[in-house]
Design a binder for this molecule. Structure first.
Ligand code: AMP
Length: 397
């Protein structure tokens, strides 16, 4: 079956067409600036050239239409007609407490996703628009919703409750949900597979370090804790997000800078993290370049980044009563040996040793700990699109 995977933002739409048998990506692309002047579509067939065109896209339905045109185009297309698309998998950011797994989309599911919009006002409405647009153009194709939060629904209450008046949980479902669930699930499963073990026998810590970043504790196959919370703002220092903060800072800065609470939170989301701390860029590669050029502040930011990850590894080791495997994934975790080495220093108390030579790996599956290390440390590239495609096939075939 050919599965179209859709990841829809408020003004963007990322897509991949995946052959579920071979798990090959047949084509992928991105629509940007939907509903804004200067809309662009970038399309790339497997093995072919990446091509960006500026075409007006007043709404997401028009974007989906253009995607289908590219996929079925005589020159850059990879399928003869729309009929070849067997199912569509949609990435949905917030499933609240309603979804502990992926589901086939029907009216009830749409209503439940809508109800979760309060918890993710920037993401869920955009995800719904993506579903709606695809249904208009492919009314008879089954569609599946895969949630970022679902894998973490196994977290126990002691891990997901905040120390707030309980009525806010009861009234508004204010609690920790966690995100990147598709990645934490995929990577922990794959790590166990590589080791030839059953995930149910392992305590795994997954460090997903991309532009967004989170750590999870996967105990005997289930997520028991993760660093992101009600929203993706909590936890690690990220590209532009602050991660953990004293909540009193919001009021303090609002008063000092004459801002509203939501303006301060916007700063915490979009102007903080590596970007805000360095004043250079949110991109980790720019941080590394600045370190090479002798920028002392960049070094401090790298150390703060690694320290935060190290603290979470320590905390999750305690939460699980030990750890068997620690896995690095996503853009930074997969590619950067220096930061893995820095984080490795915080694992030494566990009898964990990273092998310098093995740690040179980038973007590939590998065990990077020494043979006598008490904990196995690995690099496992994540693939959220493939995970969504697999879920879509599982529920529709
Ligand atoms: P992601 O969100 O998973 O795509 O990851 C994006 C982040 O990964 C950005 O901060 C990139 O700078 C970082 N990244 C990608 N490639 C490398 C690399 N070779 N070395 C260090 N960081 C990288």
């Amino acid at each position: 079956m050919k599965v179209l995977v859709i990841n829809c933002g408020s003004s963007s739409l990322k897509y991949q067409l995946i052959d579920s048998k071979t798990e090959e990506v047949l084509a992928k692309g991105l629509c940007e600036r939907i509903g804004i002047d200067g809309s662009m579509i970038t399309h790339q067939p497997a093995g072919g050239e990446k091509k960006t065109e500026e075409i007006p896209m007043p709404d997401h339905t028009e974007a989906v239409k253009l995607v289908i045109e590219r996929l079925t185009d005589e020159k850059v297309g990879v399928i003869a007609s729309l009929d070849e698309i067997g199912a569509v998998g949609h990435r949905i950011v917030h499933g609240g407490e309603s979804f502990a797994g992926s589901v086939v989309i029907d009216e009830n599911v749409l209503n439940a996703i809508k109800e979760c919009s309060d918890l993710a006002p920037l993401h869920n409405p955009a995800n719904l628009i993506g579903i709606d647009s695809c249904r208009k153009i492919m009314p008879n194709v089954p569609m599946v919703a895969v949630f970022d939060t679902a894998f973490h629904q196994t977290m126990p209450k002691k891990a997901y409750l905040y120390g707030l008046p309980y009525e806010y949980y009861e009234k508004y479902k204010v609690r920790r949900y966690g995100f990147h669930g598709t990645s934490h699930d995929f990577v922990s499963k794959r790590a166990a597979e590589i080791l030839g073990k059953d995930r149910k026998d392992l305590r795994i810590i997954v460090c997903h370090m991309g532009n967004g970043a989170s750590v999870s504790a996967v105990k005997y196959g289930e997520s028991v804790d993760t660093s992101m919370g009600l929203t993706p703002l909590e936890g690690l220092i990220m590209g532009t997000r602050s991660g953990d903060l004293d909540p009193a800072i919001i009021g303090f800065l609002a008063e000092k800078e004459n801002l509203t609470a939501s303006e301060v939170i916007d700063i915490c989301n979009k102007k903080s993290g590596i970007y805000g701390m360095t004043g250079i860029s949110s991109d980790f590669r720019d941080l590394l370049k600045a370190i090479q050029e002798g920028n002392e502040q960049a070094k401090v930011v790298r150390d703060a980044y690694a320290y935060r990850v190290g603290k979470y590894i320590g905390a999750y080791t305690a939460a699980m009563g030990g750890v068997d495997v620690i896995v690095f994934t996503a853009g930074i975790g997969e590619n950067n040996s220096m930061i893995r080495g820095c984080i490795g220093e915080y694992m030494e108390f566990l009898g964990t040793k990273i092998d310098e030579e093995k740690n040179k790996v980038a973007g590939e599956e590998a065990i990077i700990s020494t043979d006598d290390s008490k904990v196995t440390v690995m690099v496992v590239p994540t693939n959220e699109e493939l995970a969504i495609a697999r879920e879509t096939v599982r529920l529709t075939e």
